[in-house]
Design a binder for this molecule. Structure first.
Ligand code: KG4
Ligand code: ZN
Length: 414
């Protein structure tokens, strides 16, 4: 049995009495027969400590999450050492809460699945070392999880979706378009050449000092932009979507961020205010940046749909586009993608917002998918390492660019 010694920050073997108390805290029913496979999923790749227990049929038996958003908002971004300490402080409680809520005994688990790539090294390390201790003590198989694979497969927990489907993953750390052909069979069609859209929104929100805005003070940057944009006028000023001439499926958001910064500086001068005060045109800026970002995302996704159909990688009718990741919880982006899927005879599917952002359920579900497919289930954990950088699937983005598909104009009027 695993207990975290908080002062030393290490795991140790507790006394028999402590083990008894720990087991009693789960309140499980001895003798209950579990016919389904059950996986405990653990996620610590960035700034959320999350865990969940999910069974083979997609039932979420228990879940718990500790978000660090508020702390990182105050420091103006994620400080890796702070994130690591917060993961250390919370991981045992979060895993315990998820297990207790599931009302199963840890011995009934079929496997433990944990994000080991990609992500912040210090954050990944906490989840991995905790999991390996647990795996060793419970003598369960270990399933290492690719964070983006987990985001991509979440939709198969909430909807009946067969392979192949197209996936758009847009979050704070990632931005990619991939064809999902199987549980761990991905073709990478395009990715961001610089920062991810969520990172761009977070930076713009910081530059606009939205943390001081009474309506947005506890929201992530992206959520704050979405909230304010509802009150703004996106026609207030015009920004050209990035990579206008590049006929591929890659993305870029740095230019958009810099143009927005310039616009903010100009407005500050006009309004006679200093950086750090809220602009009266903050909502208009939020609306414009959100709209331009959505148009860029739609254009690259449109090309990906056309490429896949041209190569018979997707069916001509009713192909599925899945959008996930934190930015896919944005309703303006979803609506823009819906306009695209309506125009291309595709179906847009998005997990509910709470499953778009990082969570333990997607990791546990990825574990179930891998258990069912018999892929990457480890009985020997010797030499397992986390990988801060790790591409997803086979990169065919060069081939996509060489196809140079022209995308017809699509009016994004929301
Ligand atoms: O998937 P996620 O929780 O973590 C990463 O893997 O990055 O995504 C977090 C990102 C943050 O950048 C946050 O600002 C953004 O997703 N985000 C949003 C919204 N909610 C979260 N962006 C736009 N609109 C939202 N409603
Ligand atoms: Zn994520």
């Amino acid at each position: 049995m695993l207990i975290l010694n908080k002062t030393a920050g290490v795991f140790f073997k507790p006394s028999k009495r402590k083990v008894y108390e720990f087991l009693r805290s789960f309140n499980f029913h001895p003798g209950t027969l579990f016919l389904h496979k059950i996986v405990l999923g653990i996620e610590t790749s960035c700034d959320d400590t999350a865990a969940a227990v999910v069974d083979e049929t997609g039932n979420v038996l228990g879940e718990a999450i500790h978000s660090q958003t508020e702390v990182h908002l105050k420091t103006g971004g994620i400080v890796p050492a702070v994130a690591q300490q917060l993961h250390r402080d919370n991981i045992q409680r979060i895993v315990q809460e998820a297990l207790s809520a599931s009302r199963i005994s840890p011995s009934d688990l079929s496997a433990i699945a944990t994000t080991i790539k990609p992500g912040l090294a210090l954050s990944l390390g906490v989840g991995l070392s905790f999991s390996l201790q647990l795996v060793g003590q419970l003598k369960k198989p270990f399933i290492p999880i690719h964070h983006m694979e987990a985001h991509a497969l979440t939709i198969r927990l909430t909807n009946k979706v067969e392979f192949p489907f197209l996936v758009l993953l847009i979050s704070g750390g990632h931005c990619l378009l991939a064809l999902v052909q199987g549980v761990s069979d991905f073709l990478l069609l395009g990715k961001s050449l610089d920062i991810a859209p969520g990172d761009m929104l977070d930076k713009v929100a910081r530059r606009l000092s939205l943390i001081k805005h009474p309506e947005c003070s506890t929201m992530s940057g992206g959520k704050a932009i979405e909230h304010l944009a509802k009150q703004g006028n996106r026609f207030h000023f015009d920004i050209k979507p990035p990579l206008h001439r590049a006929k591929n499926c890659d993305f870029s958001f740095t230019g958009l961020q810099q143009l927005t910064n310039k616009r903010i500086m100009k407005k500050e001068k006009e309004e006679g205010i200093e950086e750090g005060q809220i602009l009266s045109s903050a909502a208009d800026i939020a609306a414009t940046v959100q709209h331009t970002m959505a148009c860029h995302i739609v254009k690259r996704t449109h090309r990906a749909i056309l490429f896949c159909k041209q190569r018979d990688l997707l069916p001509q009718n009713n192909a599925v586009l899945v959008a996930s990741g934190g930015v896919a919880s944005n309703f303006y982006v979803r609506r823009a993608l819906e306009i695209l899927t309506n125009a291309t005879q595709c179906t847009l599917l998005c997990p509910p917002p709470r499953l778009c952002t990082d969570n333990g359920i997607m990791i546990a579900w990825n574990g179930i998918e891998r258990l069912r497919a018999g892929l990457g289930i480890l009985h020997d954990i010797e030499g397992i390492r986390y990988e801060p950088k790790c591409p997803l699937g086979v990169d065919i983005s060069k081939e996509v660019g060489e196809a140079a598909i022209k995308v017809p104009q699509l009016k994004i009027e929301i």
